[in-house]
Design a protein around this ligand. Structure first.
Ligand code: SF4
Length: 370
């Protein structure tokens, strides 16, 4: 079990902090300028490869195209029962109402903007401002390809944090995880330069800035050492276990921590989400955060799920995601491997699923503190 593995060797002296998940994830755009081979695309099909169907025809001929000319992927699409393609969020009354309904139903205080690549949304700053005015703290995850241009406006609009997803320190490493058609060093060089410029701009703006680095298996440990050497002096780096690589990823994290001489310093458990963090102190006085997944389930919803076992369920119950489809309907999802569980907003807030999430959070907060 991932929970068990991640806790091994920590010892009872490591303090444990418990909080409650109050974060809503919002897919603001599907477009992305990269073609990473491991992308889950928040569970929805790649919109560019699935254009809107002609009037009167069955949506997408009844099935989504999993591998179109864009070269992008949505790794769970073949089995997750997705029924809609995601359209961009608009900074309008509909978005405001959706945020406020979910805030009221589930007590969210933070909104995390995802994609695709959120910084390609031409109205990202307006989305940030609208979410802020609705009472949310706003953060964004980005691959860095367009941050230098768009982050200043987002910060003025109230953006509080950016998490950069970083894969490689050089063009070869980045190109290796791109679709074959786009595996060109020149393209990867341009993306890395754009990322570095985005990081510089974010830091100059005084924006809380993190780097997320996924460690899939032992063959990537040296790469993560290089990323840490390059980025950890200037920003907070978090190493993430890979959802689809399970034990191999956890073994690689153990190797990395041993090689760094890292010592555990705090465990942060979050009631109501499978994600949790362990902070480590490094010999040079720095801090490294490792983000893990524990096998949390929604008691009723997950009970009958075909993936409900230790190997097939990759993310566990991670939290609530908000999507908008091409017809302008807002959908609420609870699992990127089971997009068939998505419900239209109005239905969701009245559903037993919403009630089950509230109950799970309360029960977990009680149990984890105990
Ligand atoms: S979190 Fe629940 S619904 Fe999603 S794959 Fe796991 S068991 Fe299934």
């Amino acid at each position: 079990m991932i929970q068990h593995r991640a806790s091994q060797g920590l010892g009872s002296a490591v303090p444990v902090r418990v909080s409650v998940d109050r974060t809503l994830r919002v897919k603001v755009i599907d477009a992305c300028g990269m073609t990473c081979t491991f992308c889950h695309n928040e569970g929805t099909p790649v919109s560019a490869d699935n254009p809107a169907p002609a009037a009167g025809s069955a949506p997408f001929g009844g099935a989504f195209n999993p591998a179109g000319p864009s070269g992008r992927v949505s790794i769970y699409l073949a089995r997750n029962g997705a029924r809609f393609a995601a359209a961009p969020m608009h900074p309008d009354e509909g978005f405001r109402a959706a945020l406020e309904q979910l805030q009221e139903a589930l007590g969210f205080t933070e909104v995390h903007l995802t994609g695709g690549e959120p910084t390609l949304h031409p109205k990202l700053a307006q989305l940030v401002a609208l979410a802020g005015n609705s009472g949310y703290r706003v953060s964004v995850t980005s691959n860095g390809e367009n941050g230098a241009r768009i982050l200043p406006g987002c910060v003025r609009a109230g953006l509080q944090r950016v998490n950069f997803s970083i894969f490689g320190t050089d063009s070869g490493e980045l190109a290796e995880v791109q679709n074959e058609k786009f595996r060109r060093a020149s393209l990867a060089v341009a993306k890395i330069e754009a990322l570095d410029e985005s990081i510089r701009v974010a830091l100059d703006l005084g924006l809380s800035t993190r780097a997320n680095v996924v460690l899939p298996d032992g063959s990537h440990v040296r790469r993560v050492h290089r990323l840490l050497e390059r980025y950890s002096p200037c920003l907070s780096v978090r190493v993430l276990s890979s959802l689809s690589d399970g034990e191999e990823s956890l073994d690689a994290i153990d190797t990395l921590l041993a090689e760094l001489g890292a010592t555990p310093h705090e465990v942060h458990l979050i009631a109501g989400t499978s994600g949790f963090r362990i902070s480590y102190r490094l010999p040079n006085g720095g801090v490294l955060v490792v983000k893990h997944i524990r096998p949390l389930r929604l008691p009723e919803t997950c009970a009958g799920c075909r993936f409900n076992n230790e190997t097939d369920c990759h993310e566990g119950y991670y939290g609530v995601r908000l999507y908008r489809d091409r017809a302008g309907t807002f959908h609420v999802g609870v699992c990127i491997q089971r997009m068939d569980l998505c419900l239209p907003m109005e239905e969701f807030v009245r559903s037993g699923l919403c009630e089950g999430i509230r109950a799970l959070r309360d029960q977990e907060f009680h149990d984890l503190r105990a």
